[in-house]
Design a protein around this ligand. Structure first.
Ligand code: HEC
Length: 257
């Protein structure tokens, strides 16, 4: 039988006293006179050796807990680490900005402004009150001349200075009583003031490219002018040369009288 060291017996004895398994007889702490004989006596009298071993194990655990004052490196590393890393600050700061940009980029882009869409908008705002939404004019209860069914093309066979000038200066600019447009128009040339109502000039309130695009609208849409793709391309280029397509609507000269 291996000899159990003396201090272990003493410890386990104390432990049993603590647990109430043994009465303190006051012999604690004092080393026993002869280790071997006392060990034998203890073994025979009270607690089994299993008890002793269990108590010793419990002690050993207590020792580990109390004696390990030095923390493991990973514990101290974790303690000294900054909780939120520094690089996370700018990331968190710019996150809402990124979210905003992301949402903006995934939105469908605004419809590009073309001469025709711009002309339609100008027509609705500036011309429809006298010429009617579809261009019926006096035939539909308006005061202006009809611009639909090819009517405007009879007066102005070409999209040129003649027509643009009329739109810029109106009836008074041409001079009441003066002919405008095609002199060989079927039914005779149109005479300024002939209808008893005057057409205002738009050279002030509308920029050149807006006059150009509304002229295209009444020709190509209301009067369904038949033109080649080359002619369309040439007109688009002309409109852009005048400054069209640069602002997304609302800008330019469009602000009223
Ligand atoms: C205040 C009413 C009024 C407004 C607004 C108006 N017009 Fe007129 N328009 C007339 C009248 C009236 C005539 C006939 C002029 C005359 O008899 O002197 C006319 C004639 C015309 C003609 C000549 C048609 C022809 O066959 O003789 C064109 C083209 C035209 N308008 C285009 C426009 C466009 C484009 C706009 C908008 C930018 C517009 N008008 C705004 C009243 C108006």
């Amino acid at each position: 039988m291996t000899e159990v060291p003396e201090y272990l017996f003493e410890r386990s004895r104390q432990r049993r006293i603590d647990l109430g398994l043994l009465d303190d007889d006051g012999s604690g702490g004092a080393p026993a006179a002869s280790g071997a004989s006392e060990g034998a006596a203890l073994a025979s009298s009270g607690p089994s050796s299993a008890d002793v071993i269990a108590a010793a194990k419990a002690d050993a655990k207590l020792e580990i807990q109390t004696e390990s004052g030095i923390e493991p490196v990973w514990v101290s590393a974790a303690r000294s680490r900054t909780r939120i890393p520094m690089w996370a600050l700018p990331v968190m700061f710019f996150l809402p900005l990124w979210a905003f940009v992301y949402v903006k980029l995934t939105e469908p882009p605004p419809e590009p402004v073309t001469a025709i869409t711009e002309g339609a908008a100008t027509y609705a705002a500036r011309c429809a009150s006298c010429h009617g939404g579809a261009g019926a004019g006096s035939e539909g209860g308006g005061v202006g001349r009809p611009l639909y069914n090819g009517e405007v093309l009879l007066t102005f066979p070409k999209l040129g200075t003649d027509m643009l000038y009329w739109l810029e200066v109106g009836s008074e600019g041409i001079g009441i009583g003066n002919a405008y447009g095609a002199t060989d128009r079927p039914g005779g040339a149109h005479i300024s003031g002939e209808t008893g109502a005057n057409m205002p000039g738009f050279g002030g309130p509308l920029s050149e490219y807006k006059i150009y695009s509304v002229a295209r609208y009444i020709r190509e849409v209301l009067s369904e002018e038949q033109i080649s793709d080359e002619e369309i391309a040439a007109r688009d280029a002309e409109w852009e040369d005048l400054g069209g397509g640069k602002d997304l609507g609302g800008g330019g000269h469009s602000g009223g009288h």
